[in-house]
Design a protein around this ligand. Structure first.
Ligand code: 5AD
Ligand code: SF4
Length: 466
């Protein structure tokens, strides 16, 4: 379905700039901020934008919430535990304010965007000074100005779901790795998922805007770019100008950033064109994160995923035929309402059949307002724990088989930092997105280094620099 995106006007962005100028003159402005981020890469990237804006207001970034004048929680609501964790930590900060009366507390992101949450914050969480959802992050300067000059709480959650704001400042976490959002929102309405309700309608950035950003990143020496979207395969569906994901990738491949990755892909939209572009590209990594959720057709139908187990296996086969070295990872949900033991076993057998590099496994969590939350047949927690445990073992066996096959092969590793518990080793991801560690120094961080794999452990490969 096409929804025309609405671009935030230049005028409105200028207004934000002016709010920043006014804040810079305020005697009582906070000097430092700390952002606590929950959830996915999209949220991590939103936090980079929040930090970009707050830095422009003349604040510095505090490495600990205890040392900050304003703490902002960028929340997630994909599962109940994400929400509970965020609220628990926000509550904890209330104690801190007893010692620091001027501390400002803000919450934003997906949890706040849920229906009725603004009301709850206003009534139940009176100690929260600032709250906003996912659609008006770019208005943070105006909200801060209002908070600092009116000395009244600001709770501003809007439901305009089709906005795109260009030109928001970004403080990137790394100099060698960068996130770039290519599309926002999701129209798929998988029956268990809250995302379409809190991230709005599916809308894509213009290809020219994405390419301009990528060219800037290439010029600044970025080694890897991660394209973000809830369903990157339908990039361009919302625009009239014929932009598609394969076209965008083909263009990005020419820019010269050494590594290009993307996530997440919906299996129903994985096209032959995309496989062709990936197979023929120089810089797109040989990794595909392709969430399947369940290996049983009846469950997939009730999840509203709009593909079958057979469709999925067919796409995997095509991917492997075009790119024999491709690594495939996935997401699973166990204990969807009414899932029988037999249906669960279909998920386990699918792991054996596909041979995933790794997988994220989740227990179904009912989300208010979604279709699945109305369904009967909740699986008891003890049974869900058993199922997720069994599935995890299956995934571990699958990873072990893949990792064993990697021994003796060469990988290019983008070094991220030191290996856990061993300061003589550095670690990072190979192009297949598997972590590899090898002897190294701080000098290697941010560089792509060729490594020969010599051994495999449960979640990491070990190798020697070539
Ligand atoms: N319960 C459990 N897992 C969920 N996911 C999304 N919604 C839910 C839910 N209600 C999982 C899916 C998705 C990943 C990002 O989170 O597996 O791919
Ligand atoms: Fe949620 Fe489905 Fe959209 Fe993914 S594709 S964000 S699971 S609704």
């Amino acid at each position: 379905m096409k929804h025309t995106p609405v671009y935030v006007s230049q005028e409105e962005m200028m207004q934000q700039e002016r709010a920043i100028e006014q804040i810079l003159l305020l005697p009582n402005k906070p000097n430092s901020f700390h952002i606590v981020t929950y959830g996915c890469q999209m949220n991590a990237h939103d936090s980079e934008k929040l930090a970009g804006i707050l830095l422009k207001m003349g604040m510095t970034e505090a490495d600990d919430r205890k040392h900050a004048d304003i703490v902002l929680f960028n929340t997630c609501c994909i599962r109940d535990n994400a929400e509970r964790r965020a609220l628990g930590n926000v509550n904890w900060l209330r104690q801190l304010r007893k010692q620091k009366p001027n501390l400002l507390i803000g919450v934003c992101g997906c949890m706040v965007q849920q229906p009725e949450m603004a009301q709850r914050i206003l009534k139940q969480y009176k100690f929260i000074d600032l709250a906003f959802g996912t659609h008006n992050l770019h208005c943070l300067p105006e909200m801060m100005l209002s908070l600092l000059t009116n000395e009244k709480r600001v709770v501003d959650v809007i439901d305009q779901e089709n906005l795109i704001a260009e030109g928001v400042p970004i403080k990137r976490l790394h100099s060698y790795h960068a996130y770039t959002t290519i599309m926002y929102g999701c129209d798929n309405y998988c029956s268990y998922c809250i995302v379409p309700y809190v991230r709005g309608r599916e809308r894509s950035r213009l290809m020219s805007d994405v390419l301009k950003e990528a060219e800037g990143l290439a010029a600044s020496g970025v080694q890897e770019i991660m394209l973000l979207g809830q369903n990157v395969n339908s990039y361009g569906n919302s625009s009239e100008n014929g932009d598609t994901f394969p076209k965008l990738l083909a263009e990005l491949d020419q820019i010269g950033i050494p590594r290009i990755r993307f996530m997440t892909s919906h299996p129903k939209d994985l096209s032959d064109d995309l496989i062709d572009v990936m197979a023929g590209s120089k810089h797109i990594c040989n990794h595909f994160h392709l969430p399947i959720q369940s290996g049983n057709n009846e469950i997939l139908r009730r999840m509203n995923r709009r593909y079958t187990r057979e469709d999925y296996l067919d796409k995997v086969q095509k991917l492997r035929k075009a790119m024999p070295n491709v690594g495939i990872t996935t997401d699973f949900i166990v204990s969807f309402p009414g899932e029988t033991e037999e249906q669960f076993q279909d998920t386990c057998s699918l792991v054996r059949e596909v041979g995933f590099d790794s997988a994220f496994t989740f227990i179904y969590s009912p989300r208010p307002g979604t279709k699945a939350a109305e369904m009967d047949g909740m699986i008891p927690p003890e049974e869900s724990s058993r199922r997720i445990g069994e599935l995890l073992l299956e995934v571990e066996r699958s990873s072990a088989r893949v990792y064993d096959q990697m021994i003796g092969k060469d990988e290019y590793v983008l070094v991220d930092g030191f290996a856990k518990r061993d300061p003589t080793m550095v670690a990072g991801k190979g192009t297949r997105s598997i972590t590899v560690k090898f002897k190294g120094t701080a000098d290697d961080i941010g560089k792509i280094i060729p490594v020969r794999i010599t051994s495999a452990a449960a979640t990491v490969l070990q190798g020697e620099r070539i």
